[in-house]
Design a protein around this ligand. Structure first.
Ligand code: NAD
Ligand code: WQD
Length: 337
């Protein structure tokens, strides 16, 4: 039996591939490499010592995706494939809706044709919107998203919920990620954003390695102890292990279940910068700039449900996240490319 990881050559997908293989599962990856590189497949095999099956094409291509299910006995799917840059989604919303929704709908159609009924989806805490206040609970009503990217996540959650309501055999697990950072301890795989990073940690590590001159902290006048925004940063390896638990949960249950994958502990921007500097003993030049439009002051998880039902909780510390981020970046100063 094999599990299909769409977008499995990406940041979170590649780390999940490693943990799935470590847990004894066989995996198949479909990834069009629009935000990754085929070298990641080699790195996964180097880390695990296991070969994997890889198809370099668009998940929305129904003919090619059908071939994957025909050639491999797929047991379940973890759906990472998608465009995920918030700012870019505002510039090209049609491409975001087309890519993120088409991949999902095509996947559901082919899964139904092959009676594959376990589906784990990469959702995001962004679906809580600004109406809800942290710590976020899975029982909260979803809020309004501030960008097309967030709306694609919210809409896909609805599509999957409706699909599971219509098919008693379909098991759907919606994983709401908070802020994944860090890298595998080997430094062979990590976060490799194209162009100037939007997210904090890759920006910090690129400043530290000298690829970027200085970090701008987006505002220090928030109503927090040090004036900077707080987020629930989670080590990408902890997040990956959560997916192993989630697909195993999906194998034993039906219907739709939502889980927050976070630590439940918020850290501020300045705490991230200072911890990174201290743990790695490397300067991170920064200046205080204006607030970034759309930023929430606070976002963190109530992580109880995943602990109680999945038997999963984050174990790696902020120091581990900063150390492993730097280990990846210093070994790959220009990323994979
Ligand atoms: P990523 O860009 O590194 O990985 C996504 C992968 O999907 C890439 O390798 C890309 O090439 C591939 N892809 C995109 N469209 C495709 C298509 N049509 N067909 C085949 N492959 C396609 O991003 P990531 O950070 O690993 O995120 C993985 C998933 O988790 C995404 O759906 C993202 O929205 C979600 N997520 C990420 C975060 C985060 O902070 N990184 C937070 C919440 C949710
Ligand atoms: C974190 C904090 C910034 C960069 C985003 C998406 C979300 C999810 C995770 C996909 C904020 C501050 C950042 C910088 C800074 N992605 N910051 N200077 O915005 O919490 O979430 O990534 O699903 O959907 O919205 O993460 O890393 O961009 O920002 O001061 O150069 O760091 O203001 O407070 P965010 P982030």
């Amino acid at each position: 039996m094999k599990y299909l990881l769409t977008g499995g050559a990406g940041y979170i997908g590649s780390h999940t591939a490693v943990e799935m293989i470590n847990a004894g599962h066989e995996i198949v990856i479909v990834d069009n490499l629009s935000n990754s590189d085929e070298i990641v497949i080699d790195r996964i095999e180097e880390i695990t010592g296991k070969r994997l099956v890889f198809y370099p094409f668009d998940v929305a291509n129904k003919e090619q995706l059908t071939e994957v299910f025909a050639q491999n006995q797929i047991e379940g799917v973890i759906h990472f494939a998608g465009l995920k840059a918030v700012g870019e989604s505002v510039q090209i919303p049609i491409e975001y809706y087309r890519n993120n929704l088409d991949t999902t709908l095509t996947l559901l159609e082919v899964m139904r044709e092959y009676s594959v009924n376990k589906f784990v989806f990469s959702s995001s805490a962004t679906v809580y919107g600004e109406e809800n206040k942290p710590p976020y609970l899975e029982t909260m009503k979803k809020g309004s998203c501030s960008n097309p990217y967030g709306w694609t996540k919210s809409m896909i959650e609805q599509i999957l919920t409706d699909a599971a309501n219509a098919d008693p055999e379909l098991s759907v697990v919606l994983l709401r990620y908070f802020n994944p950072i860090g890298a595998h301890e080997s430094g062979l795989i990590g976060e490799d954003p194209q162009g100037i990073p939007n997210n904090l940690m890759p920006f910090v590590s690129q400043v530290a390695v000298g690829k970027l001159p200085e970090l701008t902290v987006f505002g220090d006048d928030y109503d927090t102890p040090d004036g900077t925004c707080r987020r629930d940063y989670i080590h990408v390896v902890d997040l990956a292990v959560g997916h192993v638990k989630a697909i195993e949960y999906a194998s034993k249950n039906k219907g739709t279940e939502i889980f927050n994958l976070g630590t439940g502990v918020p850290y501020s921007v300045l705490e991230i910068v200072n911890t990174f500097r201290d743990v790695n003993n490397i300067p991170v030049p920064f200046k205080i700039g204006d607030r970034r439009e759309g930023d929430l002051q606070d976002s963190w998880a109530d992580a109880t449900k995943a602990r109680e039902i999945l038997g999963w909780e984050a174990t790696l510390t902020l120091e581990d996240m900063c150390r492993d981020s730097w280990n990846w970046q210093s070994k790959n100063p220009t990323g994979y490319r």
